[in-house]
Design a protein around this ligand. Structure first.
Ligand SMILES: [Zn+2]
Ligand SMILES: [Zn+2]
Length: 168
């Protein structure tokens, strides 16, 4: 089995209590998705962290970056962007499953940290733009490309004519 690019050997890094080491790893996070957006399959995520040795574990601080893609919640057009997730996490020899990640021997696997970080940041309701007009609920036309004619005219020319008469 190929070694995951996200696995770090802290002994090889020379990391001990009170010491710091910078790590930068890239790899895919296939399958990281929420309902409306996902990390594209095969795309590279980047994990850039400062690791600090503490008694019984390691503190990791830094950033997880990854491209994302999804569908506009109003018009369903394809939208994409880049996630920048700030993280501060603890790896411990005796981890608390809800709070910290495991340090197994000298092996630190940064993939669960990266996955958890992007899952928190992936947009739940992406928009192609703040002003997206969405789809017509009646005919399904993309209203960003122009009015479809389903909605009543905002100002009816007959009323406009009456208004003109009244003001005369
Ligand atoms: Zn849209
Ligand atoms: Zn319509």
């Amino acid at each position: 089995m190929r070694q995951s690019p996200f696995v770090v050997n802290v002994a090889a890094l020379g990391l001990g209590p009170g010491l710091r080491r910078h790590v930068n790893r890239r790899g895919s996070l296939d399958g990281a998705a929420v309902t409306a957006s996902a990390i594209p399959s095969g795309a590279e995520a980047e994990v850039d962290l400062m690791l600090e040795g503490v008694p019984g574990g390691v503190v990791a601080r830094g950033e997880v970056m990854a491209p994302w893609e999804g569908d506009c919640r109003r018009c369903l057009a394809a939208v994409s962007g880049e996630l920048h997730c700030q993280v501060t996490e603890v790896f411990e020899r005796s981890p608390d499953p809800d709070q910290t990640y495991p340090l197994a021997g000298d092996q630190l696997d940064l993939e669960p940290l990266a996955r958890d970080a992007v899952l928190l940041e992936l947009p739940l309701a992406p928009l192609c733009g703040e002003g997206c007009l969405g789809l017509c609920p009646t005919c399904g036309a993309d209203l960003n490309e122009g009015a479809c004619g389903c909605q009543a005219e905002v100002s009816d020319p007959r009323w406009a004519a009456l208004d003109a008469l009244r003001h005369d």
